[in-house]
Design a protein around this ligand. Structure first.
Ligand SMILES: [Zn+2]
Ligand SMILES: [Zn+2]
Length: 361
């Protein structure tokens, strides 16, 4: 697990946490030279994901400090390796959660490399050369071109950034469930939690023509969910009567909540044979009662981000339909404050760091 490899000669300014306090401070480090399969990206924006908090605070016990978080990266290509055909200097691109995979297993060969057993993530991973990966809270990134996507010209680079994790995380399970085009077969979709992931899930589900119910613990979110995001229905998950009244009404639920909760009341909302997909990652096990699964023949499954092919599809679709994330842009000296607010879900709906200092807000 060598951290210094001979070709890591490019000096980069970034922001890192150095211990479990999670405090982020400026950090200068090295990245590899641009290899034959690499592109170098001048980072413009980086979204702030809940996963970043878990990593900077070592909640999962896997953090390799110093950690430079960030896996919702948009920027401009400044160098391309000799093997790279898909990108050229000046292209607008994005990088999400994936930095490397084995390229040889059944999943890698079938454009499902996000399920590769050897997957290495954009930060706190180990790249092929043995170096620790550093993420997008930094001015520049060297990425293998196979894990980079184009950002359509019609999308703003700041509001597109969270699509690279929050967006694809909810898009992929909807695609997996054949929900991309409702047509005559509009479904009843539940979105649990109206945060970074949830708000994009509502936008996608509405764009695809489905009936959308937002399920939240916060009554204060109802007005906005209905009026601005276009949700058709709103349920307070702690209101037992309200939840009971909607038993067996939903075809599919995407659960974005990352705090501990019981799946039982949510499962009861599903029709027979309905599916609940977990994309939020609580650090404690969830309560999963057997009765609602058995009596409703229901399915509980997970979904881990998306493949690069799916991510490109999603970006193109967002470009065509003008789907972006609702963001609050912060400057690099506001990262700690933003992380604190994110931990309290005090953001509508995603913080994006203005890495290059190009926004005036
Ligand atoms: Zn993320
Ligand atoms: Zn693989």
């Amino acid at each position: 697990m060598a951290q210094t490899t001979p070709n890591h000669t490019q000096t980069v300014s970034g922001w890192a946490a150095h211990d479990a306090s999670g405090e982020i401070t400026p950090y200068v480090f090295k990245r590899r030279e641009n290899g034959i399969n690499d592109v170098t990206i001048e980072i413009l924006y980086c979204g702030m994901c809940h996963t970043d908090i878990h990593h900077v605070k070592n909640d999962w016990g896997i953090t390799m400090y110093p950690v430079v978080p960030g896996h919702e990266i948009t920027g401009i290509i400044t160098k391309v390796g000799s093997n790279v055909r898909k990108f050229k200097i000046g292209d607008k691109v994005g990088v999400g959660c994936l930095a490397a995979t084995c390229l040889e297993c059944e999943f890698c060969k079938d454009s499902q490399e996000n399920y590769c057993d050897q997957v290495q993530l954009t930060y706190n991973g180990i790249f092929w050369d043995g170096s620790i990966t550093y993420g997008g809270y930094s001015k520049m990134l060297v990425a293998d071109h196979r894990y980079v996507v184009h950002v359509p010209d019609s999308l703003p680079m700041d509001a597109a950034a969270p699509l690279l994790c929050a967006g694809i995380t909810v898009y992929a399970p909807m695609k997996d469930q054949n929900l991309l085009e409702a047509g005559a077969a509009a479904k009843y979709i539940g979105v649990v939690g109206l945060g970074g992931l949830g708000h994009v899930a509502v936008k996608f589900a509405k764009a695809f023509g489905h009936h959308v119910t937002v399920i939240s613990t916060s009554p204060s979110k109802e007005k906005e969910a209905r009026e601005r995001l276009g949700a058709d229905d709103f349920l307070i998950s702690t209101d037992i009567e309200q939840m009971k009244a909607k038993k067996r009404t939903l075809d599919f639920i995407v659960n974005t909540v990352s705090a501990k909760h019981s799946l039982g009341p949510l499962l009861e909302l599903l029709k027979v044979n309905g599916t609940l997909v977990i994309v939020g990652a609580p650090d404690k096990p969830l309560d999963l009662p057997s009765f609602p699964i058995i009596f409703g023949k229901r399915v509980v499954k997970g979904s881990m981000t998306g493949s690069i092919k799916e991510t490109q599809e999603m970006m193109d679709l967002c470009g065509q339909r003008n789907i972006t994330c609702d963001i609050e842009v912060v400057q690099t000296d506001q990262i700690n404050e933003a992380l604190d607010r994110l931990a309290k879900n005090d953001v509508k709906y995603r913080f994006v760091i203005d890495i290059a200092g190009k926004s005036s807000s």
